[in-house]
Ligand binder design. Sequence first.
Ligand code: ATP
Ligand code: MG
Length: 222
Amino acid sequence: MGPVTFRVARGETVVLLGRSGSGKTTTLRLINALLEPTGGEVRVGGRATTAWDSVRLRRSIGYVIQEVGLFPHFTVRRNVGVVPVLEGWDAGRREGRVAELLDLVGLPPAEYGGRFPHELSGGERQRVGVARALAADPPILLCDEPFGALDPVTRTQLQEEFATLKARLGKTVVFVTHDVREALLLGDRVILLHEGRIKFDGSPEAFRTSDDESVGAFRSML
Ligand SMILES: Nc1ncnc2c1ncn2[C@@H]1O[C@H](COP(=O)(O)OP(=O)(O)OP(=O)(O)O)[C@@H](O)[C@H]1O
Ligand SMILES: [Mg+2]
């Protein structure tokens, strides 16, 4: 990665856009301290990630990873409740929260709660991943291509749901995608990464009019 500098305001949704290998996942991993910077500093809530207790840091950040990463031998309910269990919530509070989240992502708990990941479609698994990331109500959400590998219709539906959800929940979100439409739909701000460097950082409106060459290359896919 080259030097990358940006700031995300509380409640803002920043989309990291870039081709495969441009450094999007690496940036997310730096934010939740799965990686330590080789130079410079990453601050979360004003404090360097290296100064945070890494467990506390990760629990304050919901992370929807690129491959969903559900526990295959846990039911949907148990997968969503993983962080509340770690946080020591009592069973009643946990079950209430899990049911609320499954409803929120459009998976009625009575129907889906007892299923295992292999009994779900890819899109349903993605929704469980989103519910799990939101479970303990973290102020920060990192989403790594959460709607990748979905058919265009389901993808559009989940994007629209996410757009509504993010307005309602008021989270600080860093959302990774290589899909320019998705970036412009969901981002309050778009950052274009190219070979580990920032080529553009601005509003979706500014992205539509920028004369940067790499922005142009992405825009031509619209
Ligand atoms: N642990 C690692 N050690 C060395 N290089 C790595 C490591 N992880 C990733 N890379 C390299 O860093 C670059 C950026 O990887 P990264 O995973 O951030 O890309 P990405 O933008 O998320 O791509 P994609 O859209 O394919 O997921 C790639 O060239 C990758 O091979
Ligand atoms: Mg990636």
